[in-house]
Design a protein around this ligand. Structure first.
Ligand SMILES: [Zn+2]
Length: 191
């Protein structure tokens, strides 16, 4: 058990799956795994090693990567700012998806965006790139494309033509859901 989790931690990498959000702001929000489950929740940015590889991975895998082909390492000063921005992004967009009409998370997000832009970091800073991505999500009028994965709870922008996506990533969460359904059906048949 301990051995398994050790291997799991050591082999973490920012795979393309971790950028299934369709927008950098949502990818950053999704750096917390199983956010709603206090027992299994994992914050990928709690590990200092994961900060090192994040900017490169984001400029390689994010759906918006054309807008920030190069991202600089996140400075120690900017790390807590990015975490604050991340929480504000998650709270506002998750609330919006679930239909909660609460203006406070929006106010908080707007304040985070304003204080980020006031810092005047370059466009190649992950902090600025994330804030700009959140601003695009706020102003795009794409509310019906914003969704929460039915399996893992990640936020994503459904860029499919008919807006029919249920999962952040069909290859991961779609298949896991199908497998679980299949397993349940087999169990029911057996009993
Ligand atoms: Zn998912």
């Amino acid at each position: 058990m301990h051995f398994t989790s050790y291997i799991f931690i050591m082999t973490f990498s920012w795979t393309p799956h971790r950028f299934s959000g369709g927008a950098l702001a949502l990818d950053i929000a999704n750096s917390v795994i199983l956010r709603a489950d206090p027992e299994r929740r994992v914050d990928r940015l709690a590990d200092p090693e994961n900060w090192q590889s994040l900017p490169d991975a984001a400029s390689t895998h994010s759906a918006e990567r054309a807008l920030f082909p190069v991202l600089e390492p996140v400075t120690a000063e900017d790390q807590p700012r990015l975490l604050q921005l991340r929480e504000a992004i998650d709270a506002h967009f998750r609330g919006r998806i679930s239909g909660r009409d609460d203006p406070l998370p929006l106010a908080d997000l707007l304040e985070q965006l304003a204080s980020t832009f006031r810092l005047g970091r370059p466009a190649s800073s992950l902090l600025t790139a994330t804030a700009l991505s959140a601003l695009r999500l706020l102003s795009d009028g794409n509310a019906e494309r914003l969704k929460q994965c039915g399996h893992c709870g990640w936020l994503f922008l459904d860029r499919s033509r008919n807006r029919s996506r249920l999962w952040c990533d069909m290859a991961v969460c779609g298949n896991r859901t199908k497998a679980a359904r299949h397993y349940r059906r087999r169990k029911e048949t057996a009993s």
